[in-house]
Design a protein around this ligand. Sequence first.
Ligand code: SAM
Length: 246
Amino acid sequence: SGTLFVVATPIGNLEDITLRALRVLKEVSLIAAEDTRHSRKLLTHFGISTPLVSCHEHNERQRSDQLIERLRNGESIALISDAGTPGISDPGRFLVARCHEEEISVRTVPGPSAVTAALSVAGQQSERFAFEGFLPPRKKARDQLLSDLSHEQRTLVFYEAPHRLAATLEAVARLLGEQREVAVARELTKIHEEFFRGSAGEAAAHFQKERVRGEIVLLVAADKQEREEAPDVKTALQRLAQEGNL
Ligand code: SAM
């Protein structure tokens, strides 16, 4: 059978497409795309005329059957999303899982993803991080999740919509503390790329003032207090043990 190639595409700057992505997108017999009109523009830019079919959250299951059939018949297919890496807050997981079930080979053609792009320039701890994708749209669920994450020891990474940013920053300041460090990465790799770093309080005030546009990754630094307090607990326990009180 053929191979399913999961291909990353740019998150803004078209120069970020990889040479391998271009070759694979040319060579496969079909490209399954989240939005065919959007992706046609990208492909036209690179002179690629491979046929496109849609594969998005509403038809992924039923489309997967057709795509599996073609893969079984020896055709190779590329899966792309509107931007970045398929499967990362984007459709793709279901088709990939089906291919594994059917023992069809799945190969990655890696490239940009907003989560790694933002982390790489944030200057925050990035050896360990927790990617949370999009926060729930409803206030109550969002606040609950933020409270649950308030003592997280890894950098938190969220995808956020521009019209929700100010309210989310206000909630971060309220629930995780005004002093918690945050970073807002906006329009990465694009003309209006912007990076804001500061406390949650400062960020909430800053983004309250202006009408925010574009695509955004929000990073929230780990809970420092916990990290700094942890060795103290250990020292206290050691002292108690030495004193024979444990
Ligand atoms: N699969 C994509 C990836 O690998 O990054 C993410 C898809 S998700 C539907 C789209 C979200 O990613 C946007 O709402 C935004 O939060 C983030 N994003 C995508 N491109 C971005 C960019 N150029 N700058 C900042 N954030 C971006």
